[in-house]
Ligand binder design. Structure first.
Ligand SMILES: NC(=O)c1ccc[n+]([C@@H]2O[C@H](COP(=O)([O-])OP(=O)(O)OC[C@H]3O[C@@H](n4cnc5c(N)ncnc54)[C@H](OP(=O)(O)O)[C@@H]3O)[C@@H](O)[C@H]2O)c1
Length: 385
């Protein structure tokens, strides 16, 4: 495993980090604990030393799972990051309550990196009003937290405001991949946070898995490259190529994915891509975005829908139907879904929209997806919500 400096932290972080939001699951949707535990141990044995979880992942079970999986593993070998659910904090006492519960779930007295989760302009300003920075000072001083940071899903100006507001940030976690080069914080945000000395953790490096199987127009580009790489490896090396990137967090739902990503990490290096390959990746981004219908990465922060609509599944069906040039297949999949899960069951209550890190007008999308997949409306990019 290769290691990289991690901002001001005294320990280097493994180039590949383990994201615990998309763990292997059983048929019932529960974490497949034997498989997931074996993956965590295999990752540690291969040098992965950073595990990222959060309060809501896997319906609250991810932190508990990680707590059990890391029993008996020394802190030198496995650092844990988890996050304050910023959207749920209404009063100062809530911060203390969540941290206490998270320490219990993780069965630890110390969390190595504690992030303010999913910051955007609103969540950030609300937390500032509740004096979150003074609270962070206290939890570091009393030893319950080793270092603090934030995960982020908004534009560059907000990132800059947050970075500049506090001189004790250690880690900035952003959604970043070759398709999202100019989206949210983008490269500008990456470089800004790194220039201020923060360690950078990358989330959604494969756009939630969507870059695993890119459209034919993107694959065709890579045929021209001298180096043969899988779509996963192109995406991951694009990140490790950059000196600002500390750790690439990968959600891995099967042991084979872990092994492939470990192998990619072994081959990684700053400057691993040639100038020609960087240009190819820029063209890959443009080709991908030209046909990509929705921004949904399937993170499921929007779920569970109070009305039972299968939001992420519907977004995925449309994305795959359009990008895989198989709208017929997507329509057949839609027809097989239970009526209560379909876009037509959306009552536009807006609960999902408060949670969507991509800021998508989910209710409008549900109505639109129903028209395209359920009623045969023509898909026209110009008419998307
Ligand atoms: N703080 C936040 O707001 C936030 C938001 C999102 C994520 N995160 C964190 O960042 C981590 C990484 O983000 P992510 O989970 O979205 O990562 P990602 O790498 O973009 O997507 C993970 C998905 O990619 C697929 N995949 C990964 N490696 C693969 C391989 N070698 N071959 C084939 N498919 C592969 C799997 O899809 P399938 O399961 O479909 O096979 C996996 O579930 C998360 O796990 C979480 O810890 C944080």
């Amino acid at each position: 495993m290769q290691y990289r400096p991690f901002g001001p932290l005294e320990w280097p972080v493994s180039a590949l980090g383990f994201g615990c939001m998309r763990l292997p699951t059983t048929d019932t949707g529960a974490i497949d604990e034997p498989v997931a535990t074996a993956m965590v141990h295999e990752a540690i044995d291969r040098g992965v030393n950073y595990f990222d979880t959060a309060w809501p992942y896997h319906g609250g079970e991810s932190e508990r799972f990680l707590g059990r999986a890391l029993q008996g593993v020394s802190n030198d070998r496995a650092k844990v990051a988890t996050k304050l659910p910023s959207w749920a904090v209404q009063e100062p006492e809530d911060m203390e309550r969540y941290l206490t519960e998270q320490l219990a779930r993780l069965q630890r007295e110390h969390i190595d990196v504690y992030l303010l989760h999913n910051l955007n302009r609103d969540t950030w300003r609300q937390l500032v009003r509740l004096d979150v920075l003074a609270w962070l000072d206290r939890v570091v001083a009393d030893g319950r937290v080793g270092a603090v940071g934030f995960s982020f899903h908004a534009g560059f100006e907000v990132l800059q405001e947050i970075v500049d507001a506090y001189d004790r940030w250690s880690v900035c976690q952003i959604q970043y991949n070759y398709v999202d080069e100019f989206y949210n914080a983008g490269t500008r945000g990456l470089q800004y946070a790194a220039s201020k000395g923060l360690g950078i953790a990358i989330m959604e490096p494969l756009l939630g898995g969507r870059l695993v199987d890119p459209p034919a127009s993107v694959r065709a580009l890579w045929e021209r490259a001298a180096n043969r790489r899988s779509p996963v490896e192109w995406a991951l090396q694009w990140l490790w190529d950059k000196p600002e990137v500390s750790v690439v967090l990968s959600g891995m739902s099967a042991p084979e994915q872990l092994r492939e990503n470990l192998a990619c990490a072994e081959r990684s290096a700053i400057g691993v891509l040639s100038d020609e390959e960087r240009e190819l990746m820029a063209e890959a981004r443009d080709r991908y975005l030209a046909i990509c219908p929705t921004r949904c990465t399937g993170c499921k922060y929007c779920e569970p829908c109070p009305n039972g609509v299968a939001i992420a599944m519907l977004m995925k069906a449309l994305n795959q139907g359009i990008m895989g040039d198989d709208l017929g297949g997507a329509r057949r999949q839609y027809a097989r879904m239970a009526e209560g899960e379909r876009g037509s069951a959306c009552v536009a209550c807006g609960v999902c929209e408060e949670q969507c890190p991509q800021g998508m007008p989910v209710s409008e999308w549900m109505a639109y997806i129903h028209q395209v997949l359920g009623e045969g409306r023509n898909y026209d990019p110009a008419e998307r919500p």
